[in-house]
Design a protein around this ligand. Sequence first.
Ligand SMILES: NC(=O)CC[C@H](N)C(=O)O
Length: 341
Amino acid sequence: MPQYSATGRKCETETLAVLPSSGVSNIVNLHDVTNIWHIPLLLRDQRAHEAILKVLGLWCVGKVPQEPKLSEWTERASRFDKLKSPVRIAMVGKYTGISDSYLSILKALLHASVALDRKLVVDWVPSCDLEDSAAVETPDAYEKAWGLLKGANGVLVPGGFGDRGVQGKILAAKHARENNVPYLGICLGMQIAVIEYARSVMKLRDANSTEFDPAAKTPCVIFMPEGSKTHMGATMRLGSRRTFFQVNNCKSAKLYANANYVDERHRHRYEVNPDMVSEFEKAGLSFVGRDESGRRMEIIELPTHKFFVGTQFHPEFNSRPGKPSPLFLGLIAASSGQLEH
Ligand SMILES: NC(=O)CC[C@H](N)C(=O)O
């Protein structure tokens, strides 16, 4: 079903209809629309569902199929077009110009923003440009990156691998923590928030992840595969795992409707060092979600902050239009002054 401009419709439809095994009723024209949520409505208007039923032999003669129930879609698609009030989120990553690498996160931000009547503005902040070395080597990029970060209503540090740009991500987490700016750190974004807390608040200057420094003197994030530590390959903790809330009055538990546990998807090898958890908690960082063994830290929160949350899992993978991920909803709500409602 190719996309054509609205004006090309009739001509293209007739041209395609002469091709073998097609027919005018089997040709659907999806012209440009103001937002992608109009597409199911275009399909319905052109009776695409009926054409599909007929081609698959599922059309019962004399039995009219039910009209697709798209009232919720229709409402959301037109609400999207009317959004005015912006919410600016700084995405601090190893940005390479390919926004598709962060597609699930962008969609999750969008689902939450539309649900809260905000027009999403994503400011891409290349984490390397926030680093001290950039101030000397690429001062314009440095100014621009800090300008975007400081102008954002909320900060998101997504997942990632390898140490390039990590220091910039740590600085972004520090900025959010110190200035009460809403923060959501996902996977690596949670790990760097933990490293930042250890270095800045607990004065553990050598704190690091063994992913970036295998000989780290204070390894606060360590390699914790589910299988063998020496076996090569298949060491990634992948897929859906259960997180149990440790306290019910924390922000994340409330956002998940006070559930006792949540199932979210994972994709990582490193985790917060369980032997340092009590030290962190004494210093004010809460590990409000853990796995069933209590040894794997799944959600961090700073209780004194407006919204400072990190997750070892990837909540973006379970976000849907009309069913935004609770933690993305929390980030957007906190970034647009709606968290208390
Ligand atoms: N998906 C991620 O962000 C992975 C984080 C980190 N590199 C790890 O392997 O644990």
